[in-house]
Design a protein around this ligand. Structure first.
Ligand SMILES: Nc1ncnc2c1ncn2[C@@H]1O[C@H](COP(=O)(O)OP(=O)(O)OP(=O)(O)O)[C@@H](O)[C@H]1O
Ligand SMILES: [Mg+2]
Length: 375
């Protein structure tokens, strides 16, 4: 199971630690201490009595903070009962004016109740926030788990699809190889037939090798060695390499806009492979008398474009969507991995590869890369 990146929800409200009976000890001790000091203060000076009378607010507020309304009220009533005999002059004498003493007694209770209510309201809101946070955290964790599950399923589906396609691609040449080998086992086979079958063996095993090499190029995790790459030079070199074979099929390979160097940060080998695959597709598509053009174009601001276009039949509208899918091919003998590899190389460079039909006929493939960036 994938660990959730979200923090565990806070403990549910209600399970929060409650103050024990010891919570009463501090306010009670304060009330007792203040009362003793108050009762024993000299009755001829106001100041100590004024101070002690007001010190009673401390235990009241403390009890309200610890026990809410219950605590505030209990401490206020206790204080009232403790102070009342002193205020009335039954036990020693508080020299303050009766109205001051009466107001103070009233205020003890008002402060106890109001503070208690405020503390309870604040605690209720905190509990609600904690519950909301817990619900949110649980929802996020659930979502994260679902996303992980979805990604795993998608990966499995992709692996399944690719394996099925690969098995299909391997089965055909294997069937031919097996058939040819069985016939070759006949000692009475004429030499001409033997040569033909041996040629088939060579062709089909070469095809197997190509499918597996291409598939591994596509599937393997590889490091992109970014360095200074001159796109114009890549275009010229690819065209020069392809030209002889293209000429043998009556196809011309043209280069445009590749006179001056266009240097970017990228993997030269991979970008040449990309250009080669696109250009070879063009040569295969146009047939005798056709033309394939490789071009470096300035792109939008900060971008540069590699364009490979031809004057062949173009791409059927229904195929445009599946063009970059591994094993999609309309060519007899094609593996359908060339464009999937190109797409992977483009993405490894943070570039985009798009395919379209030219208005005047033929196909156009555009790789849009980040310009510059080379140290
Ligand atoms: N320039 C083009 N003009 C028309 N169709 C094209 C062009 N380039 C590619 N296609 C279409 O895209 C398909 C997929 O191309 P891709 O290069 O992936 O595979 P392939 O050329 O069929 O086989 P291989 O893996 O050997 O390259 C081709 O079969 C073809 O139908
Ligand atoms: Mg191809």
């Amino acid at each position: 199971m994938v660990a959730s990146p979200y923090p565990a929800p806070p403990p549910a409200a209600g399970r929060a630690r409650r103050p024990g009976v010891w919570g009463w000890a501090a306010p009670a001790a304060l009330i007792v201490a203040i009362t003793i000091a108050h009762y024993t203060a000299s009755g001829s000076t106001h100041l100590p009595h004024d101070i002690f009378r007001r010190l009673y607010y401390l235990p009241i507020i403390l009890a309200a903070f610890t026990y809410g309304l219950r605590g505030g009220l209990a401490a206020a009533i206790t204080t009232t009962l403790c102070y009342l005999p002193h205020a009335l002059g039954h036990i020693s004498h508080d020299p303050a004016a009766p109205v001051d003493k009466g107001l103070e007694l009233l205020l003890y209770n008002v402060v106890g109740v109001v503070t208690g209510l405020l503390v309870e309201r604040e605690r209720r809101e905190k509990r609600e926030h904690e519950q909301t946070a817990a619900r949110l955290s649980a929802t996020l964790a659930e979502r994260h788990e679902l996303e992980g599950e979805l990604r795993r399923r998608e990966r499995l589906a992709t692996v399944g699809e690719l394996s099925a396609a690969l098995a299909h691609e391997i089965r055909n040449p294997l069937g031919s190889l097996k058939g040819a080998a069985q016939i070759l086992a006949d000692p009475a086979l004429p030499a001409v037939e033997r040569d033909r079958l041996l040629a088939i063996l060579g062709e089909e095993s070469g095809r197997l090798d190509r499918v597996l090499t291409d598939f591994l190029t596509l599937a393997r995790d590889r490091t992109v060695h970014r360095g200074r790459v001159d796109l114009a030079a890549c275009v010229r070199e690819t065209a020069a390499l392809l030209a002889p074979d293209a000429a043998a099929h009556g196809v011309a390979v043209r280069v445009a806009g590749a006179e001056a160097a266009v240097v970017i940060a990228g993997d030269g080998d991979l970008l040449r492979q990309l250009l080669w695959n696109l250009a070879r597709n063009g040569v295969e598509a146009v047939g005798e008398g056709g033309e394939v053009t490789l071009r470096v174009d300035p792109g939008a601001a900060g971008r540069v474009r590699l364009v490979v276009e031809d004057d062949g039949p173009g791409i059927a509208a229904a195929d445009l969507e599946r063009l970059f899918d591994p094993f999609f091919t309309t060519r007899a003998g094609g593996t359908g991995l060339g464009l999937a590899i190109c797409d992977r190389i483009a993405r490894d460079h943070g570039a985009t590869l798009t395919a379209a039909n030219r208005p005047g006929g033929g196909a156009r493939f555009v790789v849009e890369l980040e310009a510059g960036g080379a140290a």
